[in-house]
Structure formats: C-alpha cells, structure tokens
Ligand binder design. Structure first.
Ligand SMILES: [Cu+2]
Length: 171
C-alpha cells in the first residue's frame, strides 16, 4: 500500500511539473515495475495493477491516490477510509466511481441536491460503484467489476469534487 501511495505521489509530482510527461512517466513506471518484481511474486511485468485497493480521504479534502490501475473484467475490492478527525457533517467523504464521459460537474451538482441519501443521487446512471459517506475513522469496502477504460472517481460531498478526484484505469 505504501508503495502505491508513494507512486501516486510521484505521479502527481510528475503531472505538476508536467514537461516531458509521457517519456519520463513511462521510465518511472518501468523502474517501479522492476522494483515490484524484485520484491514480490508479481506475475505480471505491468506496473502496479491491483484489484485490491485501499484509498484514504482526509481533512484537507484529498484522496491519497489520484490514480488507480486495475485489471478489467475482474472483481475489484476497494476499501475507502476517512483518515480525518472532523465530523461527518462538516467533512464527510465518500468514493464514487463514475462512468467514462460523465459530466462530473453536472453529477456533483446533482449530488448536492441529494442530501437525504448522503449525496448519492439514487438511480443515477452515471454511477459505477460507490461507498457510504464516512465520518472520521470510518471505512467501507465495496466490490465492483469494470470494463477496460478510464473512469473518474470523486467525493460527492458538497464542495469536494474539485480537488477530491482521481482516475481509475482498467486495462
Ligand atoms: Cu470529501
């Protein structure tokens, strides 16, 4: 998990510094895959694709992972933890996976209007999977299976999705 976190942090640093993006990124990924191969019995040379994932959210309105890679067509088990201390009413978090090409801003607006269902618009066709809304130290584990593609995930608590979001890539 720690490795995933570090890699995520490194990836976002690369994105922030942005120049030369693709080439640098693939070099980094290759290096990471090499490390992983040396230290675990990973059977695949591909970088950090895991279907068991732990994500945390915090009081700074951040997920610790801004990119998650999973294997398409196989069950993903995702545990989301709220690592903050602020109350659920003030700083609750959830993890909501949206279908590719979802208008995230429109979805988030719809979510704000869904307070009775903890900011999950019931019946929304945009949702692939979601956790419960969590208060401090709470966690929720969900399972889902996705087809190949790129999906965005957000926290749908009002005001959070702008920075509390990331990308899930199924390959
Ligand atoms: Cu949140």
């Amino acid at each position: 998990m720690r490795k995933l976190f570090l890699l995520g942090a490194f990836a976002s640093a690369l994105i922030i510094s942005s120049c030369g993006g693709d080439q640098k990124k693939s070099q980094n990924t290759d290096a990471a895959a090499g490390t992983q191969k040396a230290t675990s019995e990973s059977t695949d040379a591909a970088p950090v694709i895991r279907n068991t994932v732990v994500v945390t959210g915090n009081d700074q309105m951040r997920f610790d992972l801004d990119e998650i890679r999973v294997r398409a067509g196989e069950k993903v088990t995702l545990t989301f933890k709220n690592a903050g201390v602020l109350s659920k009413e003030a700083m609750g978090h959830n993890w909501v996976l949206l279908k590719p090409a979802t208008d995230v801003a429109a979805f988030a607006t719809e979510a704000i209007a869904s307070k009775a269902t903890e900011f999950i618009p019931t019946g929304s066709k945009a949702i692939v999977a979601h956790t419960k809304l969590l208060g401090p130290n709470e966690s929720d584990t969900i399972t889902f299976t996705v087809e190949k593609g790129e999906y965005e995930y957000i926290c749908s608590f009002p005001g959070h999705y702008g920075i509390m979001r990331g990308k899930l890539i199924a390959e």
